[in-house]
Design a protein around this ligand. Sequence first.
Ligand code: TYD
Length: 208
Amino acid sequence: MGRSLFISFEGIDGCGKSTQIRLLNEYLKGKGYDVLLTREPGGSVISEKIRAMLLDKANSDMTDVTEALLYAAARDQLVNTVIIPALEEGKIVLCDRFVDSSEAYQGFGRRLGSEYILDINRRILDHLPDITFYFKLTPEEAQRRISNMKRDTDRLEEAGISFFERTNEGFNTIAERDSDRIVTLNAGDTIENIHQKITDIVDDYLNR
Ligand code: TYD
């Protein structure tokens, strides 16, 4: 049986984490590790149903609290029916987003606050990842994203832009606070450099 390891990947939309998850998955599988790749919200039958509700544009009147509770519900289902069993089998679990996304998006972005988000995710906090890679955008790239949003989306008024800024700031705050667990990566670096940094850290952990 291999050594179990739980890794999550965080960052605002478009930070490049999907590419890095795919590369790490291939790298670890190439080395013979048993890897489970999953994502949030989703990753289990019930969680994917909740995901569909969350991402459905028809649900535009969903309250912020409903949204936060649905993300927490999808997470509880994923952790208990998929992630914990996989870790018990000695697998390496790679999860695209985890509880930090709820704190950043719902806590900071939607302004529900960290305390409330951590409260409704309390049981999940016993199952935090061993390592979280946070893909941090440089202020310049963050700025560019904001101006792209202004150009591309007419519906995206002030609220949308400050939602993005608050979420980004939320991730930065969480990463600084939980620096024991969260590894901050410069999302503007090259794909190769970022991949190298990630594999160095993961190899180090697995060889410990
Ligand atoms: P997705 O299409 O998977 O985005 P990405 O590929 O960038 O991960 O949609 C997930 C969306 O859900 C994304 O915008 C972030 C958001 N989200 C939250 O707001 N709270 C959460 O707890 C999680 C897990 C995701």
